[in-house]
Design a binder for this molecule. Sequence first.
Ligand SMILES: *Cc1c(COP(=O)(O)O)cnc(C)c1O
Length: 494
Amino acid sequence: MNVLYQSTRSSMEAIPASKAILQGLSNDGGLFVPTVLPKLEKDIKDLSQMDYRECAYEVMKLLLTDFTEEELKTCINNAYDDKFDTKEIAPLKKQGNAYYLELFHGPTLAFKDMALSILPHLLITSARKNNIKEEIVILTATSGDTGKAALEGFADVDGTKIIVFYPKNGVSAIQEKQMVTQKGKNTYVVGITGNFDQAQTGVKNIFNNKELAARLKDKGYIFSSANSINIGRLVPQIVYYVYSYAQLYKSGQIKKDEKINVVVPTGNFGNILAAYYAKEMGLPIDKLICASNENKVLFDFFNTGIYDKNREFILTNSPSMDILISSNLERLIFKLTGDDYKKTAEFMNDLSQSGQYQITNEMKEKMEAFAAGYASEEDTGKVIKKIYEDTGYVIDTHTAVAVSVYEGYLRETKDNKKTVIASTASPYKFPVSVMEAIDPKYKNMDDFALVKKLSNISGVEVPKAVAQLETSEVLHDRICKPEDMETLVEGLLI
Ligand SMILES: *Cc1c(COP(=O)(O)O)cnc(C)c1O
């Protein structure tokens, strides 16, 4: 079956996956969605015999139908290799009654690596398929994590360059060190003397500057972004839900067709949307439990049917979930309207005009597969401490939000189906919050000292990416004013 991609906001003609990956966002501002979600073909016995890469091929070939077998397998093999510190790529660990799907074994210790390690390969393959000869220049503004994951993904990928802008005084010491020590002859990291919004506005202005684009095209460059709404990031995320289900079956934890629940700590709604797509493709998932931190805009949405971003933005210890506009929710809204682009466009227009929209009762009824909850900062810390004391297992703050919400869900529903918890970051990425939660005596210690303590108490070896960081050489020291970003980019490329 040939799967094409259409916009959530207009009747534009549907396009093949490679074109949607190259374009990222539709010209009408909508997101690309598959016109149909194909059903999984292989049965669970076959899937359970596959390793991660084989499973990735089985899932991705159903959605990226204009890629040849060889193209797709090359992308997969280049992505899921020894960049990951375990052969299983996404191991499933049982602790207590839950199964933790560890999505943090990639180079930056967080789940963004699952998609950003393959996106560059999907992108250059898409360029080749569409006869694009220019070198692809990725521009990204980052508040910390995505920039590093994108740098790792694109470093030394032929046919690409990547330029990352970060607010010079707006990221953590570890995050800055991670970026400025980035290797790769095609990588550029630039500190902005401004905040994240200014960096992001600067990048948007560069993308919108048609004259600059024309000048650079003459020199053999085109711009692209590694944005989280690209289907080249979404599709690879479906894989690990299928893989984890197959692993549960393989180890005899579930019977054929037994339904499971999944809990996902959620920000931009990308990860949980991938789980929803897996369910729609026939994976036996019952409930999709959406976990928010104190920025609980999604919890309110699932309860009331009203999405309302007009509220205080709260800085929490799970910063990758501090989001008030969950962009990928648009893809669910589109589904709930019965694939109605007019209605979807209206909701999104309301959101940009007034900061809110309300879905119909009929749409609300279609969300019964979802449950939602949120965790306070206090709940999150308590859960980290409790799990450590009960099992010796140390989880990060984002995963702790998921566990806390799951515990609330269990108390309320007594739904004891086997449950997979998406574990989205390594505790080594957030040593200060994690160690303070376990014992207040770790307060005010520096990151690197806490990393060693964390290793002592958990018995988990310090990941290479962290161990090397303290002594890594600084390779990037460019600083620029927000208003000079464009000139700097042109200077770097020409
Ligand atoms: C990005 C991120 C999330 C949120 O994922 P979404 O796909 O944006 O919902 C959760 N945890 C961590 C550690 C992340 O980096």
